[in-house]
Ligand binder design. Structure first.
Ligand code: FES
Length: 126
């Protein structure tokens, strides 16, 4: 049996950017809401199509379950950087594709900061 704990280098990235878009749905009146009730399924499909048509390579756009920042959604997180965005329109998606995925910059107006929690129900409430 080999001892993997001695490995120093991670494997090369499989995707240059791996995007996870929450498509979780909750009942209509759930106190936390859910991204799918804010159109995330359609926006994720739009992003997937736009990335494909953009000619960008090495980018994967996946649907995800709840990312646990529901009140701030629609939410997505892009790895390997671990940058989070909130978005609500195709224009937001277009800007994320062009600014972040194509040029490696950030869309500051849409970024979710690490300490940014539940703005609508009170800090940290679940
Ligand atoms: S429902 Fe999207 S983050 Fe929880």
């Amino acid at each position: 049996m080999s001892d993997d704990s001695e490995r120093l280098d991670d494997p090369a990235l499989y995707y240059q950017a791996h995007v996870f878009c929450c498509t979780n749905v909750r009942p209509e009146k759930h106190p936390r809401g859910s991204c799918a009730r804010k159109n995330s399924v359609q926006l994720r499909d739009y992003m997937k199509k736009q990335v494909k048509e953009s000619g960008l390579s090495g980018i994967r756009v996946n649907a995800s379950g709840c990312l646990d920042r529901c009140e701030l959604g629609c939410t997505m997180v892009i790895y390997p950087e671990g940058v989070w965005y909130t978005y609500s329109s195709e224009a937001d998606i277009d800007e994320i594709i062009e600014t972040h995925l194509r040029h490696g910059h950030r869309v500051k107006r849409l970024i979710l900061e690490t300490d940014q929690k539940n703005l609508f129900l009170g800090q940290g409430k679940r």
